[in-house]
Every structure is written in structure tokens, then in C-alpha cells.
Design a protein around this ligand. Sequence first.
Ligand code: PMP
Ligand code: GLN
Length: 384
Amino acid sequence: MQPLSSKLPNQGVTIFSTMTALAQRLNAINLSQGFPDFATPDALIEALCDATRAGFNQYVSGDGWLPLREQVVQQFEQRDQVRLDPVHEITITPGATIAIFAAIQAVIHTGDEVVIFDPSYDSYAPAVRVAGGIPVHLALTAPDFRVDWQQVQDNINARTRMIIVNTPHNPTGTLWTLDDWHHLIELAEKHDLIVLSDEVYEHLVFDGHHHYSALHFSTLRERSFVVGSFGKTFHVTGWKTGYCVASPMLMKLFRQIYQYANFCGNTPAQVALSQYMQQHPEHIQELGSFYQAKRDLFNQGLTQSRFKFQPTHGTYFQTVDYTAIRPDLNDLEMCYFLAEQYGVVAIPLSVFYQQPDPELRLIRFCFAKTEQTLKDATQRLSQC
Ligand code: PMP
Ligand code: GLN
């Protein structure tokens, strides 16, 4: 057979798979890939068992289990005072990743440019390239990682079609302010841009900060895809259940692609999540303080170390500077050093950049872990 050409020729295995495999090989504490190591709520497990026993084991509607879509409606109504139509504006998907992928395939054509802020989640740029689009990476820089709106303006041209937003932001935990959103609204209207807003950490917000969804802004509603993940919110990343919200016009385009990428998500998981959300509204209400306590415990432990950091405002990630420890190592080398010498695995920040600064000395830890894991990890990290 003739050699085949790859659609993503420079793509290796994702850093998350690589680092989790490293942690397993070394039997190290895995603070790399973002997932909780603590138990799923009993009531949610029960709801899943009930759903399968009750016979919810066949295909669900391609657009998702309606009661779960109604829960999404309620969430946006309470937080953003926006009333969504669950039939035409919401699709439940097997995770946020496929929602992001399908949204991009739905509207990006050959040669369209898509603005991506680096550090960026690793799935955005490959999805744009598969669609034939051109990712335009704009770097956010330490320590505050805020968008330079003049730079965005300067990089918009007639081919620009979409801007990808991620707030709360993986890996830095920054949140978009009202000012950021107003800049975006102005540019999106002026240049007729589509917004893809990745809000998977929407409920993991600390210190009294507020998460603004793109849907909060009436002017963005018709031109935005908003993506969420029940996996993050309910401590079940392995259930791979998420959602996409968009105006009826965008949702129609989305479903044309999505129905052939996956057809529908997992039925019992959707039934269980809708039941649990109805019965336990406190889960979401308490999530910010639940994770803030974990962040504080982790950061408290880190104050004994030589890592430097600003407490993260959201997500379950804390980014730290290791210049005082091993400035001679680049961030990937530092992650291997920590894993091999101290038994703690992290994620290097350079993998989130198209053109990483070789002087970057930042790594990311995930603190979605039990108290014991966090204590053990910070004890080890304090020794280096
Ligand atoms: N976006 C961001 C920013 C993420 O961190 C993740 C993490 N997993 C995803 C999307 C994908 O979510 P899911 O697991 O629901 O596909
Ligand atoms: N979102 C998770 C992280 O940033 C990883 C998910 C994945 O492995 N694709 O760690």
C-alpha cells in the first residue's frame, strides 16, 4: 500500500495520555491529567444503576435526554437570566471535546481563520485544521494571562471566522471580565464572527468571582456556541457527557455534523445526571467552595516549597513557577524530573502554546484530589 498522508502530520499522543501513563509506570502521584481521584457521589451512582435497571439502555434521542436538556435550561435561567429552548438550542453530547469538534466542523470552511488564545486546550487547533481552517494563535503571557485586545484587533481580517474563548481558563484559571466580553462583543459584531465558548469549568470559580457565560450577553446569543461538561461538574470525567448550546440557526448546522460523528450520547448517564440534578441542586451551588478548599489546602502545602504561584481563580488547576528550583530545565524536563525524583507528575505549560517561549518555567498541577493525595503531594514537592 502507498504511504498515506496524515491530516494532522505533526500530531503526537496528547500530553494528558503521556503523563498519566508516566504516573502509572512510576507509581507516582498523578497531578497531571485533570480528573478527580475521589469517590463519585453515592446518589449519582445509584441513579446510574437505577437507570440501567429501569431499562434505559438503548439509543436516546440524538439531541439528548430532554429532562437533562431542561436541567441545562434551568441552570442558564438561574445564573444568566436567559431562557433557552431545550428542543432547538441544546444538544447533549458524549463530552465537551466532541461538541467543540462538531461546532468547528459545522462552521469552519477551507481557509477560514480561527483565533485561539495560547495557552490553549489541546483539542482546538487540530479540530480547526481538520476542518481546513487556519488556527491563528495569540499568546497570553504570565503572570496574569489576560487578552491583549489591540493584538486581537490587529489579527482580524476578512478571513477571520471564529474566536475560541475558554473561561474559566485551562491551564491558568483566569476568568474573563465584563470588560473582556465587551471587547469581544464589539469585534464579533463588527467582523461578523462566530464565538465558540468553552465553559467546562463554569461552576469551578473561587474567591467570590463570577463566571460570565457568552449566553449572558444578548448580542452574543445568535453567534455563539457554548460548551459544557457534566464530567467536570459531577466528578465523572469518565462518563464523557457534555452539552452544546447555540442559537437555532447554529444548532441546526451543529447537528448536521454531530449526528454523523456520534449520533447520540450515553443513555443511562444522561438519565442519571438529570435525576441527580433535580434531586441535588446543592451539588452545583457548593462546587465552588468545595474546590476552593482543595485549592487552599494544596497551596497551603506549597507555601513550604520553592514553587511560586498566584492562587488560581477557577478550574481545578494551579500553575506554578519553578525558577527557584531548577531554572536549567525546560518545563517538560522539569515534569520528568519531578516524576522520577519526587514521584509527582504535572503538565508542562509549553504544550498549550503553538510557539512556546523557551524561557517558560511553568507547570500545571491538578488539585481535584483527596486531602490525603494533596498532603502527600505537597510534602514531596516541598523537598525539591
Ligand atoms: N475543554 C477544556 C478546557 C478542558 O479542560 C476539557 C477537559 N477535559 C475539555 C474541554 C473536554 O471535556 P470532556 O472531558 O467533557 O470532553
Ligand atoms: N481536560 C483534561 C486536562 O486538561 C484532560 C482531558 C484529556 O485527557 N483529554 O487535563
